[in-house]
Design a protein around this ligand. Structure first.
Ligand code: ADP
Ligand code: MG
Length: 310
């Protein structure tokens, strides 16, 4: 599990906090800092004078311009999602100086943590509901929200790092090739399904998908393939073998290209771990490397299935 060193909500500038209260039309009476997620900006549960609890996250362009842009983009995405998509509703987006903040409805339940069979089922349902919608106008093709899917190809060029890569990187590169074509479609795709981007309400057993900045138009199975990879990447409460089995089983319910997606996504983490150093998120390379290791048994199995040879 990646815990980014998030700033504390109390450190967000006072004028930004005042602008949030203003936009919500009520005072903020308390807050609880949230951990988890992928950005260094503060995120919190805000308690409001009118009794509501809402979610807020904030980001300064001076800390990390990329995340600042993502908050703005997520705000626009939330505005075009159909009502029936299991997502938080946007309540306010406010800017102050280099800062931007997004406030949404609170999603009940626990976020992050290891996967359980129950939380997998809930998120599978939520993904199917979301992808049952046509992507709203304005969402970009998912190929524009996918990065470094040529990871295995670059591993082949740079030279494999171990025996596994000697045996499999070539085939993995062939499998990932041409991803823009086989991920194209007109379904609504979240594109960033991970345990920390979902909550599951223990009472209702239903999931909410969070963090919509990468939403796009694509093939309807894509979020389920991403979920399968995350079951292994984040882990299952019953251990690594159970995670691999659950993920493999889920992939078997999807078109063959879903297996290609998981292979390609692993190549993305592999090349990013080796090539991108992030001063603001220094632990992210280790997080990516651990994912690649955890995914090896699953990816090996998928490559053998897809190529018909061990
Ligand atoms: N609407 C929400 N309701 C409750 N918790 C949320 C909500 N949105 C996000 N969270 C929690 O806050 C964390 C950070 O939010 P997220 O939108 O994923 O930010 P980041 O862009 O930093 O990943 C999430 O991992 C989740 O635990
Ligand atoms: Mg997130």
């Amino acid at each position: 599990m990646l815990f980014t060193p998030r700033a504390a909500w109390a450190d967000a500038p006072a004028p930004l906090q005042a602008a949030i209260a203003d936009a919500l039309g009520t005072a903020v009476t308390g807050h609880t800092d949230l951990r988890g997620g992928m950005s260094p900006g503060p995120a919190a549960a805000l308690r409001l004078a009118d009794g509501r609890t809402v979610f807020a996250k904030a980001m300064s362009v001076e800390v990390r311009a990329h995340n600042h842009m993502l908050v703005r983009r997520e705000s626009a995405v939330l505005d075009v999602l159909p009502e029936s998509v299991p997502a938080p509703r946007r309540l306010a987006t406010v800017a102050w100086g280099p800062w931007i903040a997004l406030v949404t409805t609170w999603a009940p339940g626990a976020a992050g943590g290891l996967w359980t069979d129950k939380s997998i089922d809930a998120v599978v349902d939520a993904c199917r509901t979301a992808s049952g919608h046509r992507a709203p106008d304005g969402l970009r093709p998912v190929a524009e929200r996918i990065f470094d899917f040529d990871g295995w190809e670059r591993v082949v060029v740079a030279g494999p790092e171990d025996e596994w890569e000697v045996d499999y990187a070539d085939r993995a590169a062939d499998i990932a090739a041409d991803w823009a074509r086989w991920t194209a479609g007109d379904a609504l795709v979240h594109r960033d399904i991970r345990a920390d981007n979902t909550t599951v309400d223990a009472e209702t057993g239903s999931a909410t998908l969070l963090d919509w900045a990468y939403a796009a138009a694509g093939v309807p199975w894509l979020d389920l393939a991403q979920l399968a990879a995350d079951i292994v990447g984040t882990g299952h409460c019953l251990g690594g073998q159970a995670a691999t089995d659950r993920a493999y089983r889920l992939i078997q319910t999807l078109p063959t290209d879903a297996a290609r997606f998981v292979v390609a996504l692993t190549g993305m983490w592999r090349i990013r771990a080796a090539t991108i150093q992030d001063a603001v998120l220094p632990t992210i390379s280790t997080w990516r490397r651990e994912r690649v290791q955890a995914l090896r048994p699953l990816v090996t199995r998928l490559i053998i299935d897809l190529t018909g040879r061990p």
